[in-house]
Design a protein around this ligand. Structure first.
Ligand code: P6P
Length: 339
């Protein structure tokens, strides 16, 4: 049975954007190329001397794993050579990378925010890791340096978003605002092939995903929701199952497939939560909403948050629509109680 490749699918869907001249198609192709190269290294990380710390720290103050650095380099190389990207905001760089000074990218239209290798602390543990990307169209005229306000756009202004999960199989899942489609890498031909057309997240699920080690630091509404998940209630199929991999892409891919809810809320220690708005929360929220789910920071829709900094964090409650709405109920009940 021959599957449609990512390239064939992108060209076929180009018709959805009558004014597009193929730039977004080529940009998605470039991201796919980087993902295939990274996948090759991730798959043999245990063998090559690519494990272990790179000895330097990234902007998050986290020890960079060599594979982090490698993944970042591959995306920057693919995007700067592809000529469709004018600016890259990467988790691995404190400042954004303006490509308008490069001959190929001077007139490029698209801004890419990226977490080149999310969950990288799991690399040495052979746990699934992933790449996350978010694409915006620049607001000012092409050809001039990109201004920061063009990067700090609302999540609901994203043109496209996606993730790659390097797991038991490698998948690329993305949306351009017209549904979500999943492609599985066929290593025998080196192509991503359409394996999960028109992905939809179940409205309900039986799995909740949160780092319960932070329980005592959570706000009251989160504590109440965790207890709700653990209570016996055969009608709503509780107690739910707890699943937490510690790799956002892996936890959210499972949530996409079987339903459920993922929470990384604010704590007394991290009042803004841990996950990054531009290249973790926004792209995953766009994908989950396009698949019929919901994504909040607690009080507000993730995609309606006005970003103010490249690396700002946001609390996140994301997944099956009805489960996120249940958390909202606990939030309302505790609106005057914080911790
Ligand atoms: P914690 C990985 O480091 C990451 O950025 C996400 O992929 C993951 O969901 C989260 O942090 C895990 O954080 O504090 O539970 O280890």
């Amino acid at each position: 049975m021959s599957f449609k490749t990512l390239g064939q699918f992108i060209i076929e869907k180009q018709g959805d954007f009558p004014y597009a001249k193929g730039e977004l198609s080529r940009l998605l192709r470039d991201i796919g190329i980087a993902a295939k190269i990274i996948n090759y290294e991730v798959n043999k990380a245990g063998l090559a001397d690519i494990l272990g710390e790179h000895g330097v720290q990234n902007v998050q103050g986290e020890k960079q794993q060599k594979l982090d650095v490698y993944a970042d380099e591959q995306f920057i190389q693919a995007l700067s050579r592809g000529g469709e990207c004018c600016y890259i905001a990467s988790e691995e760089h404190e400042e954004g990378i303006d490509l308008t000074t490069q001959p190929y990218s001077k007139d490029a239209k698209y801004i890419v925010c990226i977490d080149p290798l999310d969950g990288s602390s799991n690399i040495d543990l052979n746990v699934s890791v992933g790449s996350i990307f978010s694409i915006y169209r620049r607001k000012e005229k092409e050809g001039q340096p990109v201004a920061i306000h063009e990067v700090l756009q609302y999540g609901h202004e994203q043109i496209a978003a996606g993730y790659v999960i390097y797991g038991s199989s490698t998948m690329l899942v993305y949306t351009t605002g017209k549904g979500v489609n999943g492609f599985t890498l066929d290593p025998s031909i080196g192509e991503f092939c359409l394996s999960h057309p028109d992905m939809k997240i179940p409205e309900e699920g039986k799995t909740y995903s949160i780092n319960e080690g932070n329980y005592l630091r959570f706000p009251q509404y989160v504590k109440d929701y965790i207890k709700y998940c653990q209570m016996e209630d055969p009608i709503s199929q509780r107690p739910y199952t707890s699943r937490y991999i510690g790799s956002m892409v892996a936890d959210l891919h499972r949530t996409m497939i079987i339903g459920g809810i993922f929470l990384y809320p604010e704590t007394q220690q991290y009042p803004q939560g841990k996950l990054r708005l531009l290249y973790e929360c926004n792209p995953m929220a766009f994908i989950i909403e396009q698949a019929g789910g919901k994504a909040l920071s607690g009080q507000e829709r993730i995609l309606d948050i006005q970003p103010t900094q490249l690396h700002q964090r946001s609390p996140i409650v994301i997944g099956s629509k009805k489960m996120v709405e249940k958390v909202e109920e606990f939030l309302m009940e505790n609106e005057h109680v914080l911790y």
